[in-house]
Write a protein that binds this ligand. Sequence first.
Ligand code: ARG
Length: 462
Amino acid sequence: MSKPLWSGRFDSAPDPAAFDFGVSFPFDRRLFEDDVTGSLAWAEALGRAGVLDARDTKAITDALIEMLDKGRRDPAWVNGDDEDVHSFVERELVARVGDAGRRLHTGRSRNEQVSVDLRLYLRRRIPLLQAKLRAAITALADQAEQAGDALMPSYTHMRRAMPVLVSHFLLSHAAPLRRDQARLEAAREEANALTLGSGAIAGTGYAIDTAFLCEKLGFSRVVLNSMDASSDRDFAASFLHAVSLSMVHLSRIAEDFILMTGEEFGFFELADSSATGSSMMPQKKNPDPLELVRGKAGRAIGHLTGFLVTMKGLPTGYNKDLQEDKEPLFDAEDTLAVSLDATAAVVRNLTLHGDRTGRAAAGLLLATDVADYLVSRGMPFRQAHEVVGAMVRRLLAEKRDFEALTIDEWRQFSGLFGDDVKQHVTAAASVRVRKTPQSTNPDAVRAALAETRAWLARGASL
Ligand code: ARG
């Protein structure tokens, strides 16, 4: 067992059972790069404060750069029986530069260090998730473009509501993913504060220039309070929340396509490459990737919930409970990353059955358009609603729909129906009369698609 950083105070070596229980290196090795980055800046700050002389500063800096290089080239090297990644880096540093390495931890605590590492980690990793979000949004936009003027029913209460363009439906799933992009950006900015200089809890007694460190590490600000800083993990909770909500959105996309690619809907065809078979039933084409995305949303939400519960009872200051921040955070990140990849791949390879969606967009879901027709002829909407309700009742009983009615039959319900009513009561006419920019009006949807493309091209967060 490597000697812990704190062994001096103790008579005996730690009980392996207790020590192993507290070890975080198997998972916090992910922070290696960030730990070295933070240490490089710290060494320079100590040099500027006159704590390290120029020779020691240079020795430490050169060794850390060499280690960073080695770790990047060979991630398996970042390994051992150290307590955590900070201990590993220090041990390797001392092995290279001796006493200079033993001076690096002057005025610094692992409490502020682990926080700075996690903040640097999120800062560099969140953009990778954002790129994956953009890929998923691109897949939806590409499908929306290919769908052209195809029509489909929309649903409320899972019952046919009104006709919409298929492209409008597809872009309805791009909109929440764009909010996720912004939410992740906010989590990134929340993390973007420097904790170094906080010491273990009370601040550091050395002349550390925090403004310099902030600038050096690219943080937008220094934390407000050293006591708060040692146990503040709000940024981690915000990240877990952003990930959870994004997983909720992916889960809803998955649910829609699980339904719509099934036999009952048959609106889209799942590519063979996005499906799996059954070991027993030869006809099955199962949407496993979508189901897994839906299932994994529970796991992400569990990480957020679990972590908030970990935080809620902590007294002020660092407590070892905080080590429980990393595994949920890393797993949430991995879960969102694979789920975004899977969702983008499935969406990219969908085939639209426009004939089926078009057929499903006809019939009684045009009832609101019939009522609107009467309104356009002067009838109050409430009365029109009642007239059309009676028509629907009769059509249901006769197993017919609006298209089957002769003009005489239309007029039996209201003298306001003119010869032109049939032109007004089609799915295509229904979407054309929508007027607002967020509606399914074909011009509005074309503009929305163009705006989505422009947003993607900007690489923006909202
Ligand atoms: N592995 C610890 C964590 O993840 C690092 C901080 C340790 N600090 C301490 N006082 N034991 O939280």
